[in-house]
Design a protein around this ligand. Structure first.
Ligand code: APR
Ligand code: PHB
Length: 391
């Protein structure tokens, strides 16, 4: 049996950021991750960070490379009916922006810091079980390198993603869950070619949604709407480019093609559990909520949760007050629901549902015309996109 202050399950962006507590507040923790370090460090995921979240990473001492290599964006484009319209995010939000910096890079930076700080982070931890959550001595049992271990904690941070064990360890009847499945997914590619647009392009098209984004000045990231269970074998690179070319086509503009380095299918769902806490277990990130990727809120929400949790834990260890821990769930959920609505709204406005009729299509086009012509409507999109400070 070993002891720590905070037991962290999962080493995705949420868990790794909780791990940064030591650097800022002197709080010690042990991280337990089911996968290998290599696997965790190479997952290709989202890549757009709200300015406020970038600031949190900098303040946490893990933002050096992000500040050097992140690409600051001041606008995005919405394309529909053969035209591309720019939403000037910064002009509409008093100068706020978003930063393009891959989640893969965030994770690499966080792992580097964590290992440098010297607190344990165990990869390939098997059979992790959160226990005694309703007591003031919760425990994590697990197996590592063939041996059984037990870790006694003050609190447990459940950062083990949507399929993790933490949410599942909360007794039946405690949580209320809300969800929506979408009848489509995204087929994403990472391509070794300079992005053809300096700013993101979200395209509404009769063949389905497409998105042009980027990871760097040499790497493009592109997505096409597909079926949620799409078989990648049916998508040789030529077919993907053909589909991207037709959905992103614009008079006088060319989409440059390049070698495809990676491809995968992402499902789309909305999901929230309430509350995000049970006893001494605090859920953060994908363990508590999922958004569809349109609007890129997943990573941002995860890091915001962890910020609220870190402040609450720091306050508790400093003063003994549980006030911030007690409001953790309600504080996070206000932002979560705002992001749930925004992501659902962006998704509904831009995708082609299999059962959509002409009426649905006209509503989408009207909404797109509205957000690209009315300053009030564009401002609403922009302030949600860059991340609201108060929700
Ligand atoms: N024991 C230990 N670790 C586990 C277990 C388990 N039983 N189950 C899952 N994990 C690990 C996963 O292997 C993963 O590394 O928990 C981690 C969860 O990480 P993420 O899924 O990345 O979730 P989170 O840190 O909340 O980050 C949310 O990542 O999924 C994207 O788009 C999403 O951007 C969002 C962000
Ligand atoms: C990405 O860069 O992967 C990305 C950007 C914006 C989105 C979704 C994904 O809305």
């Amino acid at each position: 049996m070993t002891r720590t202050q905070v037991g962290i399950v999962g080493a995705g962006p949420a868990g790794l950021t909780v791990a940064g507590l030591r650097r800022r507040n002197g709080i010690e923790s042990v991280g337990l991750e089911a996968r290998t370090r290599d696997y965790v460090g190479h997952r290709i995921r989202a890549g757009l960070i709200e300015q406020g979240v970038a600031d949190l990473l900098v303040a946490a001492g893990v933002g050096d490379r992000l500040q050097r290599e992140g690409l600051v964006h001041h606008g995005i484009n919405l394309q529909f009916a053969g035209e591309r319209h720019r939403i000037p995010l910064s002009d509409l939000t008093g100068g706020k922006n978003v930063v393009i910096y891959g989640q893969t890079e965030v994770v690499k930076d966080l792992i580097g810091t964590r290992l440098a700080d010297g607190d344990p982070l165990l990869f390939e931890a098997e059979d992790v079980q959160p226990l005694d959550l309703e007591t003031d001595r919760p425990r994590l049992t697990y197996r590592h390198e063939g041996e059984g271990h037990e870790l006694e904690c003050d609190v447990i941070a459940g950062c083990d993603g949507f399929h993790g064990v933490c949410r599942a360890s909360i007794p039946k009847g405690v949580l209320r869950s809300f969800s929506r499945e979408y009848p489509y997914g995204w087929l994403g590619v990472l391509a070794a070619v300079a992005p053809s647009s300096g700013e993101l392009v979200y395209a509404h098209h009769a063949r389905g949604f497409a998105l042009l984004t980027l990871r760097s000045l040499e790497l493009s990231r592109l997505y096409v709407q597909c079926r949620p269970d799409e078989d990648l074998d049916e998508w040789p690179d030529d077919r993907i480019w053909e589909e991207l070319q037709s959905r992103l086509a614009l008079d006088g503009w060319n989409l440059a093609e390049g070698p495809v380095l990676e491809k995968g299918v992402t499902g789309m769902r909305s999901f929230v559990v309430e509350p995000m806490r049970h006893g001494r277990l605090f859920l953060a990130g994908d363990a508590a909520h999922i958004v569809p990727p349109t609007g890129a809120k997943g990573l941002n929400l995860a890091l915001r949760d962890v910020h609220v949790l870190s402040e609450a834990l720091a306050e508790w260890y400093r003063s003994g007050s549980t006030a911030l821990l007690d409001t953790y769930s309600s504080t996070c959920l206000r932002r979560v629901w705002r992001a749930e609505h925004f992501s659902w709204w962006m998704t509904s406005m831009l995708h082609r549902a299999p059962d959509a009729d002409d009426f649905d299509r006209q509503l989408q086009l009207s909404q797109l015309r509205y957000v690209t012509t009315s300053t009030a409507a564009a401002t609403s999109l922009a302030e949600n996109y860059v991340g609201l400070d108060s929700v």
